[in-house]
Design a protein around this ligand. Structure first.
Ligand SMILES: [Zn+2]
Length: 373
């Protein structure tokens, strides 16, 4: 689980490869056999210490507090990183957050601001590196610099402002009610016996569904279990967001397709109750709700396999409950669009294989293309 095993094993692979090449030079092994022996060891070495599962149960209150400390110090000489703060506490409390109090983070912050370094403070914490890697995978797209449109003080206009803070949104649009509980791990029996790997957000059919984080649409269409569903991969490729059971007949924002780039806060589709059917466009789910899930991908081999890593997003949905994207319906197309544009400045990286529209910054995707802002 820890990163420390990586180097020695990789090095062992190199030594075996070198030995095999020597044997090959001596005519005892073919060069191809030698290379195969070396690369097999290398692959095993790399795979051995991949993170295999993440129990994400950091309470919303701890995330809020750590993020507040991060934001408070982001332009100061000593910057506190909210992911490091949370990884420290998880390593200290053995991932048991039952006794969490804000004071624990305040005390840690004070030590760091007084000049202690994180490497000093964590030198005896065996699992700190594991939690740091796991939480970085979950949360690295959540806080940073961004620009967002905000309403003018007077008049009906809006203008852009640069900010640092939470740059992800609730999956449910502003002014649309929903309810949920922590249902991760509950039993499900449709198809085959399995556990529930997400959070169900109950609401009304047609409620606009929002991209929590920006990314690239990787899957869109019918799936026997999820019904009409959309899957979005974060720009850094570590998180796959899954939104399922979307509305019959009109599940997605019409201008989206596989490969489209979305920004956090964009409308992507609409709540419904499709799914549990091999046949497309069937409402076989009893109650309208959004199934929202997050998969972690440390290595591409983990994307579709028998050991996919899905985390409990319940506390994340709670964290984002007051981070809602305001939307407006286009009476002609019946699609909803976000009211306030958004540009991610800190983690957005145009990908080589994903050419972006040149005018993307001037006309952020997600704003109704038919309406001049
Ligand atoms: Zn569900």
């Amino acid at each position: 689980m820890q990163g420390s095993a990586r180097l020695p094993l990789a090095r062992l692979g190199m030594i075996i490869l070198a030995a095999a090449l020597l044997l090959s030079a001596a005519g005892m092994l073919s060069a191809r056999q030698a290379l195969a022996a070396g690369s097999e060891i290398e692959t095993k070495a790399e795979k051995k210490d991949l993170i295999r599962w993440v129990d994400f149960n950091v309470p919303c209150e701890a995330m809020k507090k750590a993020i507040a400390l991060d934001i408070m110090t982001h332009d100061k000489e000593i910057k506190l990183n909210f992911i490091e703060l949370l990884a420290y506490l998880a390593a200290r409390n053995g991932n048991n957050w039952k006794g969490y109090r804000d004071k624990q983070l305040d005390d840690l912050a004070q030590k760091l601001l007084d000049g202690a370094s994180m490497s000093e403070l964590t030198k005896d914490l065996k699992h700190y590196n594991y939690y740091l890697e796991a939480y970085t995978a979950v949360l690295s797209g959540f806080v940073g610099e961004y620009e967002i449109e905000v309403p003018d003080a007077e008049g009906g206009g809006k203008h852009w402002e640069r900010k640092y803070g939470i740059k992800v949104f609730s999956p449910i649009a502003k002014n649309f009610p929903y309810s949920h509980c922590d249902d991760f791990g509950n039993k499900r029996s449709y198809g085959f016996s399995r556990i529930h790997l997400g959070n169900d957000l109950m609401g009304q059919t047609g409620t606009p569904i929002i991209a929590v984080e920006g990314g690239i649409i990787e899957a869109m269409g019918w799936n026997q279990y999820g019904g009409w569903r959309i899957g979005i991969r974060s720009f850094d490729k570590k998180r796959y967001y899954y939104y399922a059971h979307l509305r019959k007949n009109f599940p997605f924002r019409k201008d989206l397709k596989v490969g489209s780039v979305v920004q956090s806060g964009d409308v992507i589709g609409y709540m419904g109750h499709t799914g549990y059917s091999r046949k497309e466009n069937v409402n076989n789910i009893k109650t309208p709700h959004l199934h929202f899930g997050m998969q972690l991908i440390f290595d591409e081999s983990q994307k579709e396999c028998n050991n996919e890593i899905w985390i409990d997003v319940y506390q994340i949905v709670r964290l984002l409950d007051n981070k809602r994207s305001e939307v407006r319906k286009d009476p002609e197309t019946k699609d909803y669009y976000r009211v306030y544009g958004f540009r991610d400045l800190s983690s957005f990286r145009p990908l080589k294989d994903q050419p972006l529209k040149e005018n993307m910054w001037d006309n952020p995707i997600g704003i109704n293309p038919g309406v001049k802002p």
